[in-house]
Design a protein around this ligand. Structure first.
Ligand code: CTP
Length: 411
């Protein structure tokens, strides 16, 4: 097996290719987790510049981060610079985002007060780049009014705080103070980097998951939708700067950061939520698998076994997409999951539901459709254009769909 050298940042590929991220690591035991974060960001193509506070060097070494990011690591404000520059100012100017993860109570306090005491706090004061702060500390320190007040100050200045999680803490206690999971910190970074993106100011509504139509208090009629495609769309739209509302039927997926999430169960609940959200939206991406039928009656008590056949009468649900008036929506997009006559069925739905775009999805194709991480789809436009895409991860499919949405918005 051959090995390929990691591309230098000039040729980096990946979703964060060429983005300049300054990662400040402070003196929390969670500093070891920052090694994974630095590595993932580098693998995503970002140019990652690491700053360790003096306290952080008690937990992890500069060498760890130098090896992971292929760049020198900054620790000392007073270190002579071989290039005779002013490194903290140069870095402050180049940064597109400053991420402090893990952020201790002490560093959060310094940031809130605007103290310039070390390399990290000097960069934080000098930079115009947005700030992402991921606190990690003992639960009591996190809940303390002083820490909460300092975080409120940072938020009021536009910082994005990635809330710590509840769980086991290094002290042996349980509480809120565990560094947020890497995916959540990366989602926050992508969101902040996308603030001035191509969909800035655009309101996007996405639906996801499969609706549940109750039979009795225990059982429901559902479907195989995992919600992955809709969630990927919501995240991708957020990362292009859109203001996203995600209307979701139950899924096993975590709620995406920085997205307004509306939880629903039944088709009729989803319909109400869609009508409300779309009154003020520019784009609707209807990725949910809506049950076409629901039980005519919902039994108030659990249905008991009788030894007899059981018949459940079904009545038709509203067609959310078809019934939705266009209002101020500029783009109305649907999905067509089909097991036969893919393109003909999709074209018919595009017409019948007055859509600008439909994403046709052959659920019988391998690695495509419900529950998979990849999808093979064809985009069909109102003008008759058909764009087949190769089998791609759902996040990539989402990016291609949003390229099409942007094109439609520019008409
Ligand atoms: N859809 C909807 N409301 C429904 C059913 C579907 O809004 N009651 C939306 C889906 O979210 C999707 C599009 O319509 O974006 C097509 O859904 P699909 O289930 O493929 O089409 P149906 O119109 O239900 O047709 P059929 O089930 O007969 O294939």
């Amino acid at each position: 097996m051959t090995q390929e050298r990691l591309a230098s940042s000039a040729h980096a590929t990946g979703p964060l290719a060429g983005r300049v991220i300054v990662l400040g690591i402070t003196g929390s035991i969670a500093a070891y987790k920052a090694a994974g974060l630095a590595s993932t960001l580098t693998q995503m193509g970002a140019e990652v510049h690491v700053i360790l506070t003096e306290a952080a060097t008690r937990f992890v070494t500069p060498l760890t981060f130098q090896a992971l990011t292929h760049r020198p690591v900054h620790t000392d404000l007073w270190a002579p610079d071989p290039a005779t520059g002013v490194p903290h100012i140069e870095l402050a100017e180049r940064a597109e985002v400053l991420v402090v993860a893990p952020a201790t109570a002490a560093t959060i306090a310094r940031l809130a007060q605007g103290l310039a005491e070390d390399f990290l706090t000097c960069v934080a004061l000098a930079t115009q780049a947005p700030l992402v702060v991921a606190p990690a500390m003992d639960g009591g320190m996190f809940e303390h009014p002083a820490t909460q007040a300092n975080l409120a100050v940072l938020r009021s200045r536009g910082a994005l705080v990635v809330e710590p999680e509840v769980g086991h803490l290094a002290s042996g206690l349980t509480g809120r103070g565990r560094l947020a999971a890497e995916e959540r910190i990366i989602a926050a970074i992508r969101q902040v980097l996308g603030r001035r993106g191509p969909l800035a100011g655009v309101r996007v509504v996405v639906t996801a998951g499969g609706t549940r139509e109750p039979i009795d208090p225990v059982r429901f009629i559902g479907n195989r939708s995992s919600g992955k495609m809709g969630y990927a769309l919501a995240e991708a739209a957020r990362d292009r700067g859109a203001e996203v509302t995600l209307i979701t039927a139950p899924t096993a997926l975590p709620a995406p950061e920085g997205v307004h999430v509306v939880q629903v169960e039944r088709a009729r609940e989803m319909q109400r939520a869609v009508i409300e959200a779309c009154a003020n939206a520019d784009v609707l991406l209807m990725a949910a698998a809506v049950a076409d039928y629901r039980p005519a009656e919902e039994a108030p008590q659990k249905i008991k076994k009788t030894g007899q056949e059981l018949t459940i009468r079904l009545v038709e649900n509203p067609d959310i997409l078809k019934e939705l008036p266009r209002g101020r929506l500029k783009v109305k997009a649907g999905f067509a999951a089909e097991s036969e006559d893919l393109l003909a069925n999709a074209a018919r739905k595009l017409e019948a539901k007055d859509l600008d775009l439909i994403v046709a999805n052959d659920i019988t194709a391998p690695d495509s459709g419900f529950g998979t991480d990849t999808n093979t789809v064809t985009l069909l436009f109102r003008d008759g254009r058909q764009v087949p895409l190769p089998n791609l991860p759902k996040r990539e499919v989402a990016e291609r769909i949003l390229d099409a949405v942007q094109e439609l918005l520019q008409r």
